[in-house]
Design a protein around this ligand. Sequence first.
Ligand SMILES: [Zn+2]
Length: 151
Amino acid sequence: MSDNWIAIIPRDPFFVPDESRRESALTHFHRIAPESDEISIKLSDHLQFFDCGSNLISVTCPSCDGEIEVEWWQDRMDEDYREKKFRLEKYITPCCSASVSLADLKYDWPQGFAKFGIDAMNPNIGELSDSQKAEFEELLGTKLMFIYQHI
Ligand SMILES: [Zn+2]
């Protein structure tokens, strides 16, 4: 058996919507994905990593579009995560010596870092439509990233 999640996080990793907005988004998620096994709000004082699981195909450099070795990326992930939090410090990419944080790298499929997220387990709705994404952005009052995790 495999599981699928849709996670929604702000594009700004440090942005946390206020409680009424979080509750509205949760209600909205239940409305559009009523078959979900579980839908929950994730809140943390520190940055957490919202990954796409086995959907990850590649990591690329935002500066030169060169492919980043997964091993290099894993090492930076380990380096960046200290005392149970990500720092998003700048690292020099091996391809073109650009100074980037882990959040600056391009992930295919998308994944990201956030203090706030909302996720649905096995929502069984495929991918969100553009209008559904826009509604979430309206409700949460910020630009969002939509992460599809497959495990
Ligand atoms: Zn590069």
